[in-house]
Each structure stands twice: as C-alpha cells, then as structure tokens.
Design a binder for this molecule. Sequence first.
Ligand code: ATP
Length: 275
Amino acid sequence: MESVIRVTNLSKTFGKGGKALHDISLSIAPGEMVALIGPSGSGKSTLLRHLSGLSQGDREQGRIDVLGSPVQVKGKLDSDVRQTRSKIGYIFQQYNLVNRMSVMSNVLIGALGRISTWRGCLSFFTKEEQALALESLRRVGMDAFVNQRASRLSGGQQQRVAIARALTQQAELILADEPIASLDPESSRKVMEILADINERDGKTVVVTLHQVDYACKFCPRAIALKDGHIVFDGPSAMLTPARLNAIYGTTTFNDEPALPARAPLKIAGGLAIA
Ligand SMILES: Nc1ncnc2c1ncn2[C@@H]1O[C@H](COP(=O)(O)OP(=O)(O)OP(=O)(O)O)[C@@H](O)[C@H]1O
C-alpha cells in the first residue's frame, strides 16, 4: 500500500459557518507519525473527522481513501465505510469512555468490531480477547486498574485507557484529535510517548492534532499545518522554524527553536515544506 491516507481536493463548507477546508490534498505513508497543527479554527479537527467519515465533504469534488479503501467520494460515504472504520482507532480529547463501566469493559469495547452481534450483546469475550485487552492495558501502564470504574480515573489515565481500547481494536491507523488538550504536562508526555511507541514499535500510522508545537516537533517527524482551511506547511517538523511558526500562527511569539528536540523524520509521503 503506497499511502494509508490519501486526500484529494477535499473542501468543506458549513452552512453559514463558511468554508472550513479549501481543496485539501495530502498523502500519508504507512508507518508515519504526523502532527496536524495550526491556529484555533484552522480546520484540524474537521479534517481529521473527514478521514474516518465522521463528516462529509462538499459534493462538487473531493475524495478520501484510507487503508486502500474509499471513505468518501464527492461528499458521499462509501457503502463499506464501517469496514474501514473498524481499522481506525479514534482517540478523542474527552476520551469517550463509558463512565459507569469498568476499565476492562471499556477496553473490550475495542474488540466489538471483530465479534458477532450476539457475543457483543452478551459481553461474551474469549480468553484471547480478554488477554489482548489486559496486554493493551499493560502496554499503557493501566493494568492495575482493570476493575476500576472509568469515572474514577484522572484525565490522563482515561486517555491511556482509550488508547488501550484502540490497541484492543487492533486498529491499523490511529487518529487522535487533540488527545492532550485537557491534560497536565506530565500526563501529556506519557500519552504522546505511548502514541510514539505504538508508531515506532508496531509500525502503526498515527495522525494527531495538536495545539502544542513543542510536542508536535518532539514526537512527530512530519507536520502538516493548516491556516484558515488551507495547508500552509507540509514537511519535516524539524523545519518548523520560529519564522515559519509565526507565519502559520500569525504571531511574533515564536522566537526560539522549539524547546523539545525533534524526532528524526522516518519517511514522508508527498511531504513538502511549503511555508
Ligand atoms: N459543526 C460545525 N458547524 C459549523 N461550523 C463548524 C462546525 N465545526 C467546525 N466549524 C467551523 O469550521 C472551522 C474549523 O473548525 P475546527 O474545529 O476544525 O478547527 P480546529 O483547527 O480543530 O480548531 P481548534 O484547535 O480550536 O479545535 C471553524 O471556523 C469552525 O467554527
């Protein structure tokens, strides 16, 4: 597979809200970890939602292919989009756990896409599925909390459980929408380290929207910056100089190189620094 994600001429107009995405085209190769950055309202979350078909683009043009299958063409979802979605782990800013359920039950939700409806309804999971869920929790350092109610966890712990759910789903692609926006620096670091580990060790493709440029540079070899719904930078995050960042964010506040050293670029599909 040449690219895990291919977006071609995608635009999105929200009624009176105006145009949120303008003729976006990009390609992301297997095994990349990419940060989507840009000012508030630039279209990061909107773009991410389109990748898994949670939003539909404008009808005139535009196509999105993920993991070799069409997600949407000219604003119409593909009939097999559920199949594609089952291979995408989506991490939300607000975790999306079921608060009244235990950590283990939440993580086992990740296996639902692979099992029959009756097993899902009866919450009947095999020993292998339970072992995978436990191993996923171990991977994110949350195996000591299996029986805890999700509502009793801190934000950082909940986010790690959400990642364990994506691991149990055996997702091939992780899309994370501002996964650290509600977390303290220590929890943010942990969550980003886990995502980078999944990318490096398992070779999973990870796309993550981030407000914090330092984290984008440290953990994501490639960055794509949006501004007013346009791609204004696509290239190695090491090339995000203060001048480029000031242009992207329309500020003068970036004076120094990002404080966290950049992770070396692995490979970039169609990545081109254009700002
Ligand atoms: N459901 C919606 N209805 C109308 N307008 C919307 C909707 N969702 C997003 N928008 C608009 O689309 C634009 C892009 O929003 P989006 O949330 O994608 O930006 P963002 O870069 O993710 O911002 P932030 O970093 O603040 O989350 C904004 O102008 C926003 O107001």
